[in-house]
Ligand binder design. Structure first.
Ligand SMILES: [Zn+2]
Length: 217
């Protein structure tokens, strides 16, 4: 079994980085949080959004689950971890951006495409089935492609499906209509090590670095 001493050393490093006599970020954060973005990311250990995007504590309010899914309002459970985090982030913290961050090699999406991978599981198949509508978005021609390409298209489609599902919540819809909230579909490609966003006008995911003046996707 691998030990976890690195986590203890890690906290020590964190503490000395953010807390010393001249620099105490938590001097402000102890008074409350004021993140301006909410990120829905995968639980995958390789795609921590705070690390990927160089965030400091307090920058982003984060929801993580397998395959970075947002259930449609009609499919939200009772209670529901994702819906409640969205409600708190949007209605109370008043975040200005909600980012759904998908990624390459997503095991959850692989399980959706190949149910045999999680056939004996009690919870994973039901959870990833929330992304099943994403499969309907795929062009049937995709089925002729190799599995790697199919997975990529499905990972991207699931991100778009989750963004669409965000709009099923009336308090999100209202803020988007009032231009107080922007929704974003992002995708981390760990092969090319690039961060992409979906551009409606191009109907495609493209590297954000190519769109430095990017405002809305
Ligand atoms: Zn994933």
């Amino acid at each position: 079994m691998r030990d976890f001493h690195q986590f203890i050393h890690g906290f020590s490093n964190f503490r000395s980085f953010y807390y010393d006599a001249e620099n105490d970020l938590y001097d402000i954060l102890r008074q409350g949080q004021n993140p301006h973005a909410l990120v829905i990311a995968c639980s995958d250990s390789r795609v921590d959004p705070a690390i990927l995007m160089g965030c400091n504590p307090g920058d982003i309010f984060v929801v993580r689950n397998i395959a970075n899914l947002v259930p449609h309002k009609d499919h939200a459970g009772s209670p529901d971890a994702v819906a409640s985090a969205l409600e708190y982030g949007v209605r109370h913290l008043k975040v200005e951006h909600v980012i759904v961050l998908g990624h390459s090699d997503c095991g959850g999406i692989h399980a959706l495409l190949d149910p045999s991978l999680t056939a004996g599981d009690s919870y994973v198949p039901m959870w990833v089935s929330l992304a099943a509508p994403a499969l309907q978005r795929l062009n049937q021609d995709i089925l002729d492609e190799d599995m790697e390409t199919q997975r990529r298209h499905c990972e991207e489609a699931a991100v778009l499906q989750s963004v669409e599902n965000l709009l099923s919540y009336p308090w999100i819809r209202e803020r988007v209509a009032a231009r107080k909230l922007s929704l974003h579909a992002w995708y981390f490609d760990m092969h090319s090590m690039s961060l992409l966003a979906y551009f409606h006008e191009k109907e495609n995911f493209e590297p954000l670095a190519d769109h430095l003046h990017y405002r809305h996707s």
